[in-house]
Design a binder for this molecule. Structure first.
Ligand SMILES: [Zn+2]
Length: 77
């Protein structure tokens, strides 16, 4: 299963609320085989995305570390 690190647009404002990545659930889940991970902490933000699947936002805040991650153009509608 390939995994891709997302580009961090804005680093987390504070490290105080950092949670272990294993406790964090992906924001998006598809039916393919590519995982997209937070570029800061490595938590999976979009799991099992297929090649034709898209996300509806261009950026998402990682729920583990608070970093704002940018989705690549290929994932956007
Ligand atoms: Zn993160």
């Amino acid at each position: 299963m390939p995994s891709i690190l997302l580009k961090v647009r804005r680093p987390p404002s504070s490290a105080a609320d950092h949670r272990p990545p294993e406790l964090v659930k992906p924001v998006f889940r598809g039916s393919g085989d590519t995982d997209y991970q937070c570029g800061n902490c490595g938590s999976v933000i979009a799991a099992s995305m297929g090649p034709t699947q898209r996300v509806i936002v261009d950026a998402v805040t990682c729920s583990a570390c608070g970093a704002e991650n940018e989705f690549p153009a290929s994932l956007r509608p």
